[in-house]
Ligand binder design. Structure first.
Ligand code: NDP
Length: 328
């Protein structure tokens, strides 16, 4: 089997030299284990954090070892009761063409007539992030004005659609006219093309003259600062991600941060795994909205294991609309 290995740790923006695609010795298939032919591999911004040798909520990737990440595939061999050949499963041994793992670490995909890769996107981890980040962490409710950054990405585009389905006014931001048009087509009331604006705070205040009640932060930096400027008193900020800073060695600077005090803003960070116990609630509500046609899922697909590093690096240059995936 072949897997991407971490070769070296980047200081700033990773480059293809930090990764190596090579054969690895596959784990023997012991009792209680399954062999999975991976069909879909996920690339996610959090993987950049795992390239760093620091203590975090997930351990760092080890130099010289196969990398890991979300994957969906089909069981091709099983020594585990209740797991048959042909069953589609989701698991965390991505970045490789074939995975051998304990069946207990594989999640069976429900036999629904939906594309299996949705388990890596809108109906999986990014979807849960959007759902609980908006409704639980952000306390967003009907009538609120929500600002969401990276609104054309996997999490952001889901936030836009959940917010619209639940009666909120939505302002998104994204890079480039094409992405902004797509975010508008998802129902956003206004979209700011941050690449075309020299003063993001002014552009946001113009797009949301009524102010924002909730900010769903995927970007940090200038976007977060603009949200401080545009926030209404008592606003809630969901600190989901700060991708603008993941490859930067510069400190983030804020001009409007003191609004936190005067406007009584609540900022709260979270990691989606803290909501695992509420998976049923997510699946019931999102599943119903999806089946009712209220949610549109978009994907950007790179072909073949060889392309996975390009797909991953593409997250940081905005090469994706919707969920970034690799199809094997
Ligand atoms: P996306 O699909 O949104 O892909 C990343 C997007 O970020 C790009 O398409 C790009 O869009 C935008 N981007 C990249 N660099 C910058 C930059 N310097 N400034 C502004 N925008 C930038 O990824 P996800 O939906 O998977 O993740 C979105 C955010 O959510 C990330 O910050 C991620 O870390 C976070 N996250 C947090 C989780 C949690 O548990 N807290 C779980 C999952 C994700 P554009 O072309 O518009 O610039």
């Amino acid at each position: 089997a072949r897997a991407w290995h971490l070769k070296s740790r980047p200081e700033a923006m990773p480059t293809p030299d930090n990764f190596e695609l090579k054969d690895f010795e596959q784990t023997p298939l012991g009792d209680g284990m399954v062999r999975v032919r991976n069909d879909w591999l996920s690339v996610d911004p959090y993987m950049r954090g795992r390239m760093r040798d620091v203590k975090s909520y997930v351990p760092p990737f080890a130099i010289g070892e196969p990398m890991q990440g979300g994957a969906v595939g089909e069981i091709v061999e099983s020594k585990a009761e209740g797991f048959e050949e042909g069953q589609l499963v989701q698991h965390m041994l991505g970045w490789r063409d074939e995975a051998v793992l304990p069946a207990a670490e594989a999640i069976k995909l429900p036999p629904l007539e939906i594309p299996p890769q949705l388990a890596l996107g809108m109906l999986g981890m990014p979807g849960m992030t959007a759902y609980f980040g908006l409704l639980d962490i952000g306390q967003a409710k009907a009538g609120d004005t929500v600002f969401v950054s990276a609104a054309a990405g996997a999490v952001g585009s889901t936030v836009v659609q959940i917010a619209k389905a639940k009666g909120m006014t939505v302002v998104g931001s994204a890079g480039g006219a094409e992405k902004c048009a797509w975010v508008t087509s998802l129902g956003a009331d206004a979209v700011v093309d941050y690449k075309a604006e020299s003063d993001l705070a002014a552009a946001l205040m113009k797009a949301a003259p009524q102010g924002i009640d909730v900010y769903f932060d995927n970007v940090g930096g200038d976007h977060l600062d603009a949200a401080f400027a545009a926030a209404n008193p008592g606003a809630h900020f969901t600190e989901c991600g700060m991708i603008g800073g993941y490859n930067s060695t510069d400190p983030m600077c804020f001009k409007y941060i003191m609004n936190l005090i005067g406007k009584g803003i609540t900022m709260r960070g979270f990691i989606v795994t803290q909501f695992m116990a509420r998976m049923d609630e997510f699946q019931a509500d999102m599943g119903a909205m999806f089946m009712a046609g209220k949610l549109k899922s978009e994907e950007t697909v790179f072909e073949g294991l060889d392309s996975q590093v390009d797909a991953f690096l593409g997250l940081f240059s905005g090469a994706n609309m919707g969920k970034m995936l690799v199809k094997l």
